[in-house]
Design a protein around this ligand. Sequence first.
Ligand code: ISL
Ligand code: CA
Length: 601
Amino acid sequence: MTTADNISISPKTPVVKRAWWKESSVYQIYPSSFQDSNGDGIGDIPGIISRLDYFQNLGVDIVWLSPILKSPQVDMGYDISDYYDIHAPYGTREDVDRLIEGLHERGIKYVMDLVVNHTSDQHEWFKQSRSSTENQYRNWYIWRKPKHDAEGNPEPPNNWKSYFGGSAWQLDPTTGEYYLHLFAREQPDLNWENPAVRAAVHDIIRHWLNRGVDGFRMDVINFISKHLDFPDAPITEDSSQPWQDGSMYYACGPRLHEFLGEIGLILKEYDAFSVGEMPCVFDPVEILKAVGFDRHELNMVFQFEIVDIDHGPGGKFSRRKWPLSDLKSIVSKWQTFMHTNEGWNALYLENHDQPRSISRFASQNPEHRTTAGKMLATFLGFQSGTLFIYQGQELGMVNVPETWAIDKFRDIEVLNYWKDLLDAHPNDPDLHNSTLSEIRFKSRDNARTPMQWDSSPHASFTSADSTPWISVNDDFKTWNAASQVTNPDSIFAYWKQVLRLRKEKADIFVYGDYTLIDGENENIFAYTRSFGSMTALVIANFSSSEGNIAWKVPDAVAEILESGRILVANYSDSPKVEAQDQRVIVRPLEAFVAFLDVSAV
Ligand code: ISL
Ligand code: CA
């Protein structure tokens, strides 16, 4: 079957093509929160260099750093003012050279965050652009004339909302026109229609590849091609709000694949790694256009369907209770589709924009926390795709404490949201309290608290007498790397095992196919991976409160449980299989992988 854009959707599974980037696992570092080396309370590149052996010990193949380029840090470096210089508190270009060298010596690749949907408003291009309608950089950004209300006051050209509150358009007094900013007003969107902009981006890509970078994570890369008529968004949210979600007019826009194809040509020359971030798109056919093996655009994409699963009617800071069967449909949809159609998945539950996975998807209750961390590692780590681990996830770090008041938070998204709430509802303490608890649950700052290295002051993220830019989580005395790295029962040790198994059994865990088992069960997520004579059964019990579950083993997998062996398990004794009536007793949050190779029996 062939659809528009020459994407062929295959009715049967082809043999999955091999590639080094499919067999790799990636560790994401948030530079400001990883390791401070000079006592200013901000993580830095020399700090990362001092921890190089940690990555090797864990067993990852690639390290990705969130942005380290020069930036006024309105959005933690996702607002870049110079693509060729390093944010001074993080270090120098020479520090980056040393980092790359140290990683390469250990056989680890370096992936850089490429933020080119927008720049900082302090970038020289934007300063020029805003200075006059005649400036040669004017057309590097997206400028539109105002609309006017009945009194003749200027109004934004359309009703799109910005991700960080208010309209996505900002009136610039110098020329009386509006510019588009899908994120903060200090993050103007670049105009990719302009070939000079694309050439400048290509130069940046080549520059860093030539300097030793092995690939890129591309920030909101599906937003770079907009519908140029800028239509009003339909009213899909609270209709009293003037600003609405315009993503249907800027996500995966008309020229996206032309632009990605141009970038892909450069990446191919260097055999570089690439993962694109693509919010607002849930149709795998859309994403296959970028990640189809022979399309030569991107290796893989971060889609948002799992991490948006608990967004309620009021958006991210409202809750939605989701049944496990929803997660099963989402996972199975992407697993099967990419496998059948020569695409590829990026597997993740955490990153710098998401709350901690144990708090969000399982239970951070102390009695369950270790088991929960291992269960999620099992659930995610044996799926088909390239695996991403976010700093601290390998230690079972959790969300910020319930005691955090709003003054502890640092993220522009949350602070703007809070300010808008206070403006709209100044005298509603109940609403303030309930919102604060949503913020504690979902805020991006949950992922941004400093790495917990050991039980010394500030968890050794920074020196004892300095103040970290954001508070260390209260639980660091118990939950830290020092207590886990040498403990064979730790979450860290478990992740190590998962990573090792993916390597040792790449045929099945990287290239094998995926089948969901018992799709209706609302507690146990079970799937198989298989390749040739091998089958692995992956079981993950998401429930912590149902007690032991006597799981009727489906016929399709009974043999694996009876004759197979356990590769990895999060309870110290083996799973309890009662062979007579084909039941297995699955304990709270229990997870394991059973493996059978019939050619070896
Ligand atoms: O976390 C979000 C807001 O709730 C997401 O919508 C997020 O804004 C989206 O995933 C895009 O994220 C990326 O681009 C942003 C930056 O703030 C994020 O940190 C980055 O990952 C703008 O550059
Ligand atoms: Ca520092």
